[in-house]
Each structure stands twice: as structure tokens, then as C-alpha cells.
Design a protein around this ligand. Sequence first.
Ligand SMILES: Cc1ncc(COP(=O)(O)O)c(C=O)c1O
Length: 452
Amino acid sequence: MELRALLHPYTDLVRQEETGPLVICRAEGARIFDETGKDYIEGMGGLWCASLGFSEKRIVDAIRKQLDELPFYHLFAGKAHRPAIELAGRLREMAPVPMAQVFFGNSGSDANDTAIKIVWYYNNAMDRPAKKKIISRRQAYHGVTVAMASLTGLSVNHRMFDLPIANVLHTACPHYYRFALNGEDAEGFASRLASDLEEMILAEGPETVAAFFAEPVMGAGGVIVPPATYFEKIQNILRKYDVLLIADEVICGFGRTGSMWGSQTFGLKPDIVTCAKALSASYLPISATMVSEEVYRGLLEGSRRLGVFGHGYTYSGHPVTAAAALATLDIYEEIDVVSVVRRTSRRFLDRLHGFAAHPLVGETRGIGLVGAIELTSDKATRTPFPPEMAVGPAVVAAAQQKGLVLRSMINDTISFCPPLIIADDEIDMMFDRFEAALEDVALRIGTPASKG
Ligand SMILES: Cc1ncc(COP(=O)(O)O)c(C=O)c1O
């Protein structure tokens, strides 16, 4: 097989030339199988996305049926088809706060890009042409288009890409363990971050600040579960300066945090909501951008002046992807996905937090069925390992050998985001394999390991 032609997304290209890929051939439930037949627990649900695992025949059947009936049609120039109409209605019904309209795209990145374009269009239509700056947060992850890599607050997405673009600002990351000051409690930390945000808005000029972008729980930035009062305090500032809130629900949407939306778990009242990934259980690519009545009125006004609302993708609301999403939403309803997550989450969080005492572990954190274990070279001072030791990647490699797929992120933080349908014994298997991997690495780097 010719392996060299594939340019891998998000991969160490130099290492990849030496090691080659792990080729996955099939999957079942929460497990994947490589070419040798070896099985792995998919501890990351693919990319935080395979919410229903890999064996949902009903989604596959819905896709087949739609392919037979209408394999493609678009939504430009007033065209439509049943799957897109129905899906927009379903999403509007289930939105975390009242939403007026739903726009479809193909990925989380483009759903977020659409949100920014809508905000700019809206402010122009409202005769506020200067109100354009977007505030994101350090360690945020919003995707990889030019605008979204700019909003993303991770250096690997900026350096050598000449990003971020202008008019994008980054405020503080709400990670209490890493960024709280000595003696500062969680509430004080949240208050300080809200006042930092206010200072930023005032320094820039509120008349220039359009929107604040937030994942309810930051995913790729290290699974950052914010302090309880953080979003309430942040939203008070946003309201004060008429700054729109965009909730990026690309990971949190559809049950992941133990409510249907992360916005519900953390009390967000967004003006725009984006989602993707679990919208179709990732069987096909589809994303959505939902806008409030107020924002929609701005779009109408813009269209009144210009004629066409000049935005859309060839595959916006593609009927086959919409059919996959509709079947996915049916399944969520039927299994009561929120209850499933709440029940499974007890064992998940129990096992996750069981590692807190391990000598290599600085912090365990999680909510619902998403969590992380941050490694440290010194529990007392919370010092990360030097990046060149690559301790997190070593744990992930050891886990892979033992039949478990995980990811290592910033500061050797190992993330867990299994399919929502993972069984209790698979949760145990996942953490048992992780524990064995951690012990291997602990032995190798010479830190005395004790059972968590
Ligand atoms: C919170 C969040 N937003 C946006 C994206 C980008 O989604 P996509 O990779 O589908 O463009 C991701 C991807 O992981 C994400 O986690």
C-alpha cells in the first residue's frame, strides 16, 4: 500500500515518516480494530465526536435510504428539501435558548466561521460598522480555518501560519489549577477573569468589540472545566457592553457534559450556538450555526439592503448528512442520551479522579463524559514536565500498545472523551489500560509510582 501520499492532519510529520500510520480497518461499539485485528478502546470517541460509537445501523440505514431518494440537492436561491427543513426545526426546538434560524455547514470550523461572518454582517446592518473585534480565550480551540485558527488560543495553530489575523483578541483561560493566584479561591479567580475581560473591552473601546466566543468546556485546550460562577460573571460584562456571546458547542453539544448542551450545564445564554461532531454522531460531516431572533433580524435588514445574503456552502444542509443527523437525534431521544451520560458519568468520573493521588498526576478534571488527567513533575509546585521529555506522548504511546486510544495535549494533559454509549466494563478497561500505561512510563522516567 502506498502510504506516502497522505498528508496527515494534526500529526508530527517528521515522526510520521519514521513510524508510518496506525491503519484502522473496522470498528464496533466503542472499539476500533487495526489491520492485525488488534482492538483498541476509542477513549477519545475519534476526535471527541463518535458519540454513538461505530455500530449504529439505524444511521447507516437512514443514509442509504436518503441516497436512494435524493442523493444531493442544495439550499441556495430558496431551494430546500425535507431533511434540511426537518433538521432545522428539530435543532431549533432543542436549542439551549430560543433560537430563530439554523444555518448548515460541513464542519465545526466552518460553523464558527459562519458565526463570525454573521456577527459582522449583523453589526453592519445595525449601523455599527466599527463593532467587529472578536474576543476568544487562550487555550481555546475553535477550528483551523484562517479565522478559526486565529481564535484558537494555541501557539501550534498560529506559528508559521502567520496567524492570528487582525481584530482577534485572547483573554484569560479559566483553568483554576494552573492560573489561580496564591490563596485565590475559585470565585475570586472567576471575578478576576471577568474584570480582566472588562479591562480588555474598555481598552479596545466597547464600540469596537462585537462578540465573545466560548466553548462551555474547553476541549483541545486541555478539557478545562470552568469555575462555577465564571460564565455568570463573564456574561454580566458582555451584556454591559453589548457584546454578543457565541457558544461553541462542537464538543459539548448533545449530552457530553450531562445536559443536552454545555450552555445548559454552565448557564450560558448565547446569541449564536454552533454545533457539529455529535450532531450526526460523526457518521457524516455536518454542522449547524443557530442564531437568535435579534441576530436574524439583522440578517434580514442586511438582505433588505443588499438583496442576497451572500454566504453558503455547496453542501450546506446536504440531504444525506441531514438524514444522518435526523437519525442520530432520533436515537438520542430514544435512549435518553442525557440520562445515559449522567449514569455512565458516575463510574467515569470515579475512575478518573481515582488517579488524583498518583505521583505523576497534578490534576484530574472532568464533567459528564469528558475528562483529563494533567501530569506534573512536581505535585507541590505543579511544574509541568519539560516538553522535550514528551511524557504525555509516551503515556499515549504506551496506552496504544495496551489497546487504548487517547490524546496528549498542552502540559502533558491526557484527555478522555469516549463514545457516550460506552459500557461500564469498557470504562473500567479504559482506565485499567491507562493505569498500566502510566505505570510503564513512571518506571521508565524513574518516578516512584503508586496506585491511584
Ligand atoms: C470546540 C471545537 N470547535 C470547533 C472545532 C472544529 O471542528 P472541525 O474539526 O469539524 O472543523 C473543534 C474540533 O475539534 C472543537 O473541538
